[in-house]
Design a protein around this ligand. Sequence first.
Ligand code: PEP
Length: 223
Amino acid sequence: MKSLIVANWKCNPATLKDGQGIFREIKGKMGLVKSEVVICPPFVYLPVIGKGLVLGAQDAFWEKAGAYTGEISPAMLRDMGCRYVIVGHSERRRVFRETDEMANKKVRAALAEKINPILCIDRLSQLKAGIKGLNSKDLKSLIVAFEPLSAIGTGRPYPAGKAQKMYWGIRKIIGKDARILYGGSVNSGNASSYVKEAGFQGLLVGGASLKPREFIGIIKEIS
Ligand code: PEP
């Protein structure tokens, strides 16, 4: 199976022009890369960021439509061509007080629209709560991202050996089908330790995904 590399641009860059520049540069340097690469830009850039790379969103609401000012539904994301959506990112949990229950509703809403949810967790209790109500078919479309809090955006990557222990804890709960990614201060120097040594099926990359050369370096390391 191809590795999956997801770029989480968060609330960056400040202009569409800069976003399109990063997108073009990544696309231009992809060459014969064998990994599946997903770009998750801010919502407003989704329909106009560019063509030729798979798109994902950084969040989604759980309702299809209605009186929910400011929210974006999975159905809308699907209409914009998104195939993946990040759910329960630690920044959503910390800054916006999102709970396990909300993450679970978002996972289920994404699956109902045939969008692959990328459920972010830093402990197994979040995983168990996030997958409540899912059946074995749902688990085939689920992606779990292990993102230890101490490593996200800090420049302090989690030791690959410790991440591997968590990998097996996750695998035991979700079974053999769902893909498991590592995220947290990934760069071109440490990427392969998570995929080739610890056995993750891919990576969720924040800061480094906004630097095309570094991002391509990561992709090439694990391809
Ligand atoms: C993230 O935000 O999901 C992330 C992994 O960030 P960074 O790569 O910057 O640590």
